[in-house]
Design a protein around this ligand. Structure first.
Ligand code: ATP
Ligand code: MG
Length: 138
């Protein structure tokens, strides 16, 4: 089933100029880029995005990191996009990520892990709407 997911190239990967290489991996894996932009977000905006993690110990550090520099949010489309992007990304901690995954190749640590991907249909919907307006997705 053709499905959309939401992804972010995180500030660590942008800073290291891995954005192009990560986009190449995503396209090679068969995803279509439906919408994409570059922007920087405030700490408050990062807190809104990661609200589900508000009670986790890493929340303050994560939201400081996500607001530390430019990011590239995007909407991606493919059959089974949500699960397939998670597979392509690899485990949250790059030390545990499988060979060939984006995090294995480009991530530095469990926090600075290069890429975000939605984990379910409802979170994908919320996350797409957080960064993109309807007219950008038509
Ligand atoms: P994402 O939601 O960014 O796609 P994920 O679903 O693999 O990643 P989550 O558990 O949702 O992982 O955590 C969200 C993000 O918070 C992680 O990608 C990482 O940047 C950061 N994070 C998660 N666990 C830790 C931790 N133990 N210490 C520091 N940062 C963490
Ligand atoms: Mg997550």
């Amino acid at each position: 089933m053709l499905q959309r997911t939401f992804s972010i190239i995180k500030p660590d990967a942008f800073r290291k100029r891995y954005a192009g290489a990560i986009l190449a991996e995503i396209e090679k894996a068969g995803f279509k880029i439906v919408a994409i932009k570059r922007l920087s977000i405030s700490k408050t905006q990062a807190e809104g995005f990661y609200y589900v993690h508000k009670d986790r110990p890493f929340f303050p550090s994560l939201t400081t990191f996500m607001s530390s520099g430019p990011i590239i949010p995007m909407v991606l489309e493919k059959d089974n996009a949500i699960a397939d992007l998670r597979k392509l990304m690899g485990a949250t901690n790059p030390a545990n990520a499988e060979e060939g995954t984006i995090r294995r190749k480009f991530a530095a640590s469990i926090e600075e892990n290069a890429i975000h991907g939605s984990d379910a249909e409802d979170t994908a919907k919320f996350e797409i709407g957080y960064f993109f307006a309807g007219y950008e997705l038509a």
